[in-house]
Design a protein around this ligand. Structure first.
Ligand code: ADP
Length: 548
């Protein structure tokens, strides 16, 4: 027997409709790319998204066409999220931090019809202009007064001029909820970028679930800042979830350094913000160096890579709760959330902080399986290591226009390529990405574990652990560090730092000090470049020894 409930599709337009009808005067505050602070309301967002929808129709786009965006977090990017997706087109957020060749590849692979670009990123399109194929128009997200003159791209359109003559009336189409709404390419850390195609249904379900108290716990009284860019997995769905609860949104634009975030958080009363650990370390360093307090911030959400224990402690000592989540572009992104169960309430604060470094338990909607090398589930003892597989309504089943299937040959599980342990409470801890594990004399060494320990040392600003080839052991760990200003860190310091914290075989053979560690487009350590750097440095050292 079928249930007798209304079959109303889960569409992104329903979020905007709800927001404007119930929270029309809620503010969206953005640091504008042209400079200064821009303020308007959900009501304005709705009106301008509809003007944009009319403009896109006038440009002749057909349902399912891809519309590229190269933009910071700001109000015009919000208009693209809603105006594009709600009218049946696909909002393709392009990561401007990728290499130019990768961006050209992505634009062509996605077959973008139009690209909307922030002033900052026009030079990227100029650089790749000869390589991009089917883009019929490039629209600069600014007004007439700030329009750039480009000899290479003489036909640039102006966003404000494009939408100005359009009507504010537009009936969002009643789409099938499985219609594609957004497209985001993986940053290509492990291979060529691959397109993940989100649907209206997956985006709405993911955004709804992320509001749960143990995840973001958003309320209408929150003031939310997604520091995580809108070109990185839909800013973790915050542009949707904030509107579901009706909370004020504060968009940081291009200014993601500690000082700029601090002043924005304080002036707008931000209560919760989401971002990767690098961003939070920069904020904490700035606040500490300038003896400031974060007066409105109550919680931070962190993900994308493992937060160091030191970072968690620094936030908690300021009474700011840390919410740690694990996810991927392919998982929309939230899949696991660090858990505090009733039985953990009486643990010491040190143990609780340590628990927070674990990636945690599956949230409702995400099922997990952890397989050993034999393809069978590993024991849930917190020690055995296996490959993490996931499935659920917001997990990718395939990649866009690719023969490469994202799911496990077995039956619809997505293979994350993360190596993890899992305990009896289903708490997952990432040991490493498959390719970053260091295998020394048959023992697996987690680069993440070494990095977490190193990161807590007062002399170390950032640390990476990678493998070097070794004739006897196959691979041996090497620690590469950026030091705090004027700090020292010797080989002996390293040995005493790790002794007693990891097995003897896990203590790195060498420490290499660098001015800066390379990061990928999403701010994560770029292990491939760090491995190359280690090879070059060690070869240089060997040559110098030969000369002696
Ligand atoms: P890419 O595959 O290009 O790095 P993603 O941004 O989708 O792109 O990265 C997903 C990966 O990031 C995960 O598979 C995992 O290895 C890592 N990751 C994400 N969140 C966390 C976290 N909280 N702790 C540790 N690693 C994480």
């Amino acid at each position: 027997m079928r249930g007798m409930m209304m079959n109303v599709p889960l569409l992104i337009s329903s979020i905007l409709k709800h927001a404007v009808e119930n929270h029309g005067d809620t503010e969206i505050v953005s640091r504008a790319t042209e400079g200064g602070i821009h303020r308007y309301t959900y009501f304005d967002l709705d009106q301008r998204s509809k003007k944009l929808a009319n403009a896109l129709q006038r440009m002749g786009l057909k349902s399912g066409d891809r519309v590229g965006t190269l933009a910071w977090n700001g109000y015009r990017h919000m208009e693209l999220y809603y105006g594009v997706s709600c009218s049946g087109f696909i909002c393709h957020t392009i990561n401007p931090r990728l290499f130019h060749d990768q961006i050209a590849y992505i634009v062509n692979h996605a077959d973008d019809s139009v690209i909307f670009v922030d002033l900052t990123f026009v030079p990227i399109l100029e650089a790749i202009a000869p390589k991009i194929e089917n883009v019929r128009a490039i629209v600069v997200l600014t007004d007439e007064a700030n329009m750039p003159r480009s000899a290479i791209l003489p036909n640039l359109l102006c966003y404000e001029d494009l939408i100005a003559p359009e009507s504010e009336a537009f009936d969002w189409p009643e789409l099938d909820e499985n219609t594609a709404s957004g497209l985001c390419y993986t940053s290509g850390t492990t291979s060529d970028p691959k397109g993940v195609l989100y649907s209206h249904r997956s985006s709405v379900l993911h955004a709804l679930t992320s509001c749960l108290p143990e995840i973001f716990g958003f309320t209408v009284c929150d003031v939310i800042t997604p520091v995580v860019p809108m070109f990185h997995v839909n800013a973790w769905g915050i542009p949707f979830s904030a509107l579901i609860v009706g909370a004020k949104l504060v968009m940081p634009g291009a200014n993601l350094d500690g000082a700029s975030l601090y002043s924005l958080f304080e002036s707008e009363g931000v209560t919760i913000a989401g971002g990767v650990p690098t961003v939070w370390m920069a904020l904490l360093d700035w606040v500490d160096a300038n003896a400031q307090s974060l007066s409105s911030l109550q919680r931070i959400a962190v993900g994308g890579s493992a937060p160091p224990l030191d970072m968690i402690n620094r936030f908690q000592s300021r009474n700011i709760l840390v919410r740690h989540a694990w996810g991927m572009t392919e998982t929309s992104p939230i899949g696991l959330v660090s858990a505090k169960l009733p039985k953990h309430q009486n643990l010491s604060s040190e143990k609780q902080a340590l628990n927070l470094t674990k990636q945690g338990r599956p949230i409702y909607g995400v099922e997990i399986r952890v397989d050993g090398a034999d393809g069978k589930p590993i024991p849930r003892d917190g020690k055995a290591m296996g490959n993490l597989l996931v499935r659920g309504p917001w997990i990718a089943s395939d990649y866009f226009n690719s023969r490469q299937n994202s799911t496990h040959e077995d039956n619809g599980w997505f293979d994350t390529n993360d190596v993890v342990t899992v305990d009896a409470d289903n708490i997952v801890q990432i040991v490493d990405r498959t390719k970053d594990l260091i295998k020394s004399g048959g023992e697996w060494i987690s680069s993440i574990e070494l990095e977490n320990i190193a990161q807590a040392h007062p002399s170390i600003k950032e640390a990476a652990a990678v493998a070097k080839l070794d004739q006897r052991w196959g691979e041996r760990p090497v620690l590469v560090v950026q030091l705090q200003p004027d700090a020292l860190f010797t080989h002996d310091d390293m040995v005493s730092l790790f002794s007693g914290k990891v097995g003897k075989w896990s203590i790195p053979d060498e420490v290499i000090i660098v001015d800066e560690l390379p990061h990928n487009a999403t701010g994560k350590l770029l292990k491939s470049a760090i491995r190359e750097l280690v090879t070059i440095r060690l070869a240089g050292k060997a040559d110098a020894a030969d000369d002696d």
